[in-house]
Design a protein around this ligand. Structure first.
Ligand code: SAH
Ligand code: SF4
Ligand code: F3S
Length: 451
């Protein structure tokens, strides 16, 4: 009996495990995949070893992201021989690359299902197809249905991620995202606002709006500033964050909305990439370093206590020592609270992939120097918090230690005390500053926000 129907008995309720790579968008999409699988009757498990279904939600932004995913998929080859009912599904950006599915089917023939980044909701359908014919290899990277509503299985309480738009139109010359994610589509404002109201009623305390370039949001007469303004007026105490902004679209109108709203956090993630105008032009970023500096100054001048974080890239094709010096000068001038630093890696099909890559040693030297300079600035900014109090939203608890963030994005850890729990606001006196993070103590008497 079991021999005859092995797959069916398992498929009705599988244990699944999702491995996520890439950006917040992907992290949130894994929450959607979990929601889809839950609704289909499957159960999450804690480790990949216990799973009947392993889903890889992949990223291809850099070579190392792709290598990591392929390494992990490759490691399942043996297990697939011994655990015949194991289903391996590969989803996400990596599968959207030209020719990827064909090459994956050849090199990893034991992968059962290959889906794209824009048709996650089809997973249950394909799982059933797969069930009917064990040998069938499924591939669908073409169906584009991104706006189909799904039941999200959220794991980031007290924060909730909310997509406001998908795709990207910018075609920065190094970036693969527009090729794998397609053109920008903004979600209708009513749909977004209703989702946020629902989440706040459910008890979420922080909303992070997601999009590759949120500033170019445009739908039904709403631009980003108007959307932000309407969301911030929802009558609840909550924190509103958004990512990612683009220096060519981030503007005074948005700054003014942030300035005038209690709920919008005074932390802006504004990737600059490079401080050299020549490199910025080759990157097709459509702004100059002077424009960026003016924006950063406007943020600091207008938004009380604002901090700016950024993305920086070294080793773009033809980058000279002089170009790199320009990046270091900009870093010094803009005083980022945090920088995500990347070594350029050519992505097949992008414009810059046809330009000559510079040598590894130079890239290594530059990234080390950049991180060193930024760490010193990060530490100086952290030091300004010492002996001050800050309102922290408690995001996590582990072994009696809470971690949470200031409104301007600094991570703070402190001992659990009183009746505080994850999702509460606490007033914390900061006593120690490490490089990126801070340590403090809850001021019990000062905490009225949750009462
Ligand atoms: N939409 C966002 C995020 C893009 S991906 C934005 O426009 O900023 C996140 C970061 O990855 C980018 O900001 C960039 O610094 C880096 N990145 C993108 N493509 C890369 C590549 N080919 N090599 C190295 N880093 C890259
Ligand atoms: Fe990539 Fe540029 Fe779009 Fe960001 S804005 S996703 S870096 S193309
Ligand atoms: Fe990676 Fe796709 Fe995000 S390429 S960075 S997972 S949009």
């Amino acid at each position: 009996m079991l021999k005859k129907f092995p797959r069916t008995s398992i498929i009705n309720s599988m244990f699944y495990y999702i491995v996520t790579y890439g950006c917040q968008m992907n992290v949130h999409e894994s929450e959607k995949i979990a929601g889809i699988l839950h609704k289909d009757g499957h159960t999450a498990c804690d480790t990949a070893e216990e799973a009947d279904l392993i889903v890889f939600n992949t990223c291809c932004i850099r070579d190392n992201a792709e290598k990591r995913a392929l390494g992990n998929i490759g490691a399942l080859k043996q297990r697939k021989i011994t655990q015949k009912n194991l289903i391996i599904a590969v989803l996400g950006c990596m599968t959207q690359q030209k020719g990827f599915a064909a090459s994956m089917k050849e090199k990893y023939p034991y992968v059962d299902i290959i889906l794209g980044a824009n048709n996650l909701h089809l997973l249950p359908y394909y799982l059933k197809l797969n069930d009917r014919k064990n040998s069938l290899k499924i591939e669908d990277t073409d169906t584009y249905d991104i706006n189909i509503p799904v039941d999200t299985f959220r794991t980031s309480y007290p924060n909730a991620w909310v997509n406001i738009m998908y795709g990207c139109n910018n075609f920065c010359s190094y970036c693969i995202v527009p090729y794998v994610r397609g053109r920008e589509i903004s979600r209708p404002p009513r749909e977004i606002i209703n989702e946020i109201k629902f989440l706040l009623d459910e008890g979420y305390k922080e909303i992070t709006l997601l999009g590759q370039n949120v500033n170019s949001y445009l739908c039904e007469g709403y631009n980003f500033a108007r959307l932000l303004s309407d969301i911030s007026k929802i009558d609840k105490k909550f924190r509103l964050r958004f990512m990612t902004s683009h220096p060519k679209d981030f503007n005074k109108e948005i700054i003014d909305i942030i300035k005038s709203s209690e709920n919008i956090c005074n932390h802006i993630h504004l990737p600059v990439q490079s401080g050299s105008d020549r490199i910025l032009k080759l990157m097709n970023r459509k702004y100059t370093s002077a424009h960026y500096i003016k924006l950063a100054d406007a943020v600091y001048e207008n938004i009380g206590g604002a901090l700016i974080s950024t993305d920086l890239m070294v080793g773009f094709p033809t980058e000279t020592d002089g170009d790199f010096e320009d990046t270091l000068s900009l870093v010094k001038r803009c005083r980022f609270s945090q920088a995500f630093t990347f070594v350029y890696s050519p992505r097949s099909g992008t414009l810059s992939a046809s330009m000559p890559d510079i040598d590894k040693e130079t890239k290594k030297h530059r990234i080390t120097e950049l991180i060193k300079r930024q760490n010193a600035i990060t530490k100086e900014i952290s030091d300004t918090f010492r002996d001050k109090t800050a309102e922290i939203l408690i995001e996590n608890e582990s072994d009696g230690i809470f971690t949470g963030r200031t409104t301007n994005g600094k991570l703070v850890s402190f001992k659990k005390s009183g009746s505080y729990k994850t999702g509460d606001f606490a007033t914390v006196l900061i006593s120690v500053s490490k490089s990126a993070s801070l340590t403090g103590t809850i001021l019990l008497d000062a905490n009225l926000a949750n009462k």
